[in-house]
Design a binder for this molecule. Structure first.
Ligand code: CUO
Length: 667
């Protein structure tokens, strides 16, 4: 009896702690759960180790909002030996592997308190495939209300294999074995004989890779939780921006804009990833001019072309057919959102039995072209991981292909009229832009998590360094005359002026190549106003991620000192601030620098002037809330422009040419 009473007191005590686990402790738990992911939890992590060995999710029903159903289900699967083994590759596009990862997401998202979240994560970490675990934990931390202030470490330092080359990994292994620390030079794949190599710095940028994988964690195509606002449109928009940005990088490197993929033509550019799985061998290579082959168990090329034509039929008809035969009109602002759901496809697709999953299937089909019939038992290709997909030039061809389907829809909508575009209250009298200069710098990141570790063996400091694009900070001043005070919506775009033959691009072409630099709200007073904006203010970009070793260090210090933890790092979704500008040229590359102002009525939330909601909403929305801009993404350039005079006559649109210089000597 006495012992039961003590246990009851202890339980109450635990519950009290559970209700208010502080941020440093939460952050420490997440750091530790993700550290050295392929090794066992060390005994020094006492609480995690205890949860992994002696916790039983089955007896914790009261701590789950679903009464423990998700945890019991996953445990049944594990006990019946149905789940993927450890030390095996994981791909989100593999249906069964994805289902298993989602089972763990469900367990974690049903935890009522952080202690339950943490214990289950530790418990299942030791029993599930590591790749599934990392994915599930990232998604759960991203979406759980219990972990909103927790900062996720950069994925390139949690699973470095997916972000660096085999050569560097081999050097790191060797360093560990000989117990000599090292900082290894990482090269972009390929050689100078390959023109595509000139833009490898973009597709292989670890910050772009990290943005892309986070985007897909914030907006999973399989998502079945609370409705995410304009998810299909964001799928279009985030990838459209990656695509046009790649085109700008190509132009600055004397390459033509990327051509789309054709199912009935060879895949022009091959790709040799020079990348290895931690478990599963080398990523497969693809030679140039590979003809598409059906992929066993995934899709036939014939079916993909049928799927494409059904979608394009829907665009031509102006409606999507639901599975019950009713129609959803898409010839309006909202159509792009539905089309995004349909093309990806996501669980929001109104009729995936008919419209298929064009984009997701295409990733798999492209990824498997080296071994389409499984004869060689090759692991999935780079296209089958969001971490690695942008490395392959075929990624941009695929997304140009998708983008052109979206464009077919947008081009069918009536052009905006002058009345829709004008703002009689606003006149932009000038925009001063400071010097725009890009350069490459060396960036070093930690490789410690690529290596196995065991208690009693010293860790060795191993890092990789690679050049990355950056730019000098810049500012711009927008001079605005307003007839009366109001809140205004400001959209800033840049777009290349000339094509690869130095022919000036037509407005109706170039408007689709616009790169969103910023989208923000500001109050103007009656009369003349000067709106000063800095590159670092941009609402499309995020600051550098805090490195994993620093995150661990600062967190442990906060826990030990009983202090608070102020990481102010925000979300992982968003392009790195240093990539805000496309690379310039030595002689200066011409870009349009456009500022378009409309009324504050376009703001979805009341506080946008004073609150940037994490400053990354341009491509990533606001976590858990509505996208801040009522207008279609890409406004006012998302629709066809048959006559430039409408745009030329707008006083609330200011266009000028600027040059972006590139400094090749900077280091
Ligand atoms: Cu992000 Cu194709 O969706 O990669």
């Amino acid at each position: 009896m006495k012992w039961t009473a003590v246990a009851a007191v202890l339980l109450v005590a635990v519950a009290t702690v559970a209700a208010d686990t502080d941020l440093p402790h939460k952050q420490q738990a997440i750091n530790r759960l993700l550290n050295r992911i392929t090794s066992h939890l060390p005994s020094a992590y006492t609480d995690l180790k205890a949860a992994a060995t002696s916790y039983n999710p089955r007896s914790e029903a009261a701590h789950f909002s679903d009464g423990g159903a998700a945890a019991n289900h996953l445990l049944d699967e594990i006990e019946d030996h149905r789940v993927l083994e450890q030390h095996h590759w994981f791909s989100l596009f593999n249906t069964r592997q994805r289902e298993e990862a989602i089972m763990l997401v469900d367990v974690l998202l049903h935890a009522n308190d952080f202690e339950t979240f943490k214990k289950n994560a530790a418990f299942f970490r030791e029993k599930m495939n590591e790749g599934e675990f990392v994915y599930a934990l990232y998604v759960a931390v991203t979406h759980s209300p219990l972990t909103q202030d927790v900062v996720l470490p950069p994925l390139y330092e949690v699973t470095p294999h997916l972000f660096t080359n085999s050569e560097v990994i081999n050097e790191a292994y060797s360093a560990k074995m000989t117990q000599h620390p090292g900082n290894f030079e990482m090269h972009f794949t390929g050689s100078k004989k390959n023109p595509e190599q000139r833009v490898a710095y973009f597709g292989e940028d670890i910050g772009i890779n990290s943005h892309h994988v986070h985007w897909h964690m914030d907006f999973p195509f399989w998502w079945h939780g609370e409705k995410i606002d304009r998810k299909g449109e964001l799928f279009f928009w985030a990838h459209h921006q990656l695509t046009v940005r790649f085109d700008a990088e190509r132009l600055s490197n004397y390459l033509s804009p990327v051509d789309e993929l054709y199912w009935d033509r060879p895949i022009k550019d091959g790709f040799a990833p020079h990348t290895s799985y931690k478990y599963g061998g080398e990523f497969p290579s693809r030679p140039d001019n590979k003809e598409f082959e059906d992929v066993d168990g995934v899709a036939r090329i014939r079916d993909l072309t049928i799927t494409e034509s059904r979608i394009r039929d829907a665009i031509a008809h102006g409606f999507i057919e639901n599975d019950d035969g009713t129609h959803i009109d898409i010839d309006n602002d909202h159509g792009i959102d539905i089309l995004g759901d349909v093309i990806e496809s996501s669980t929001y697709s109104p009729n995936s039995a008919y419209y298929g999953a064009l984009h997701n299937q295409a990733h798999r089909v492209l990824g498997a072209q080296a071994d389409p019939h499984g004869k060689f038992d090759l692991p999935p290709g780079v296209m089958e991981h969001f971490e690695t997909a942008t490395r392959d030039p075929a990624f941009f061809r695929l997304h140009k292909y998708m983008d052109n389907i979206f464009k077919e829809h947008k081009d069918k909508l009536p052009p905006y009229t002058k009345e829709q575009l004008a703002d009689p209250n606003i006149q932009i009298t000038g925009v001063d832009v400071s010097n725009l200069k890009t350069y490459f710098e060396d960036f070093t990141f930690d490789l410690g998590n690529a290596l196995d570790t065991t208690e009693g063996v010293e860790d060795v400091k191993v890092t990789a360094h690679i050049p990355r694009l950056n730019h000098e900070d810049f500012t711009y001043n927008i001079h605005v005359h307003a007839d009366h005070a109001e809140t205004i919506t400001v959209r800033v775009y840049i777009a290349p002026v000339y094509d690869e033959n130095h022919i000036k691009m037509d407005i109706d072409y170039v408007r689709w190549e616009g790169i969103l630099l910023d989208l923000f709200w500001v109050d103007v007073k009656s009369g003349d106003n000067n709106i000063a904006r800095r590159s670092s203010d941009s609402n499309v970009a995020i600051p550098d991620r805090i490195s994993f070793p620093k995150l661990i260090h600062d967190t442990d210090a906060a826990v030990a000192g009983g202090g608070s933890l102020n990481l102010a790092s925000g979300r992982g979704c968003g392009i790195p601030q240093r990539l805000l500008l496309p690379k310039g040229t030595e002689e200066g590359m011409d870009f349009y620098f456009d500022v378009y102002i409309s009324s504050g009525d376009d703001a979805v939330h009341d506080d946008l002037v004073s609150n940037d909601h994490g400053s990354t909403h341009g491509y990533c929305g606001i976590q858990g809330e509505k996208y801040p801009d009522k207008k279609p993404m890409g406004f006012p350039y998302d629709r066809h422009i048959p006559d430039r005079r409408v745009y030329d006559s707008l006083k609330n649109l200011h266009t000028q040419k600027v040059k972006i210089f590139h400094d090749p000597g900077h280091h």
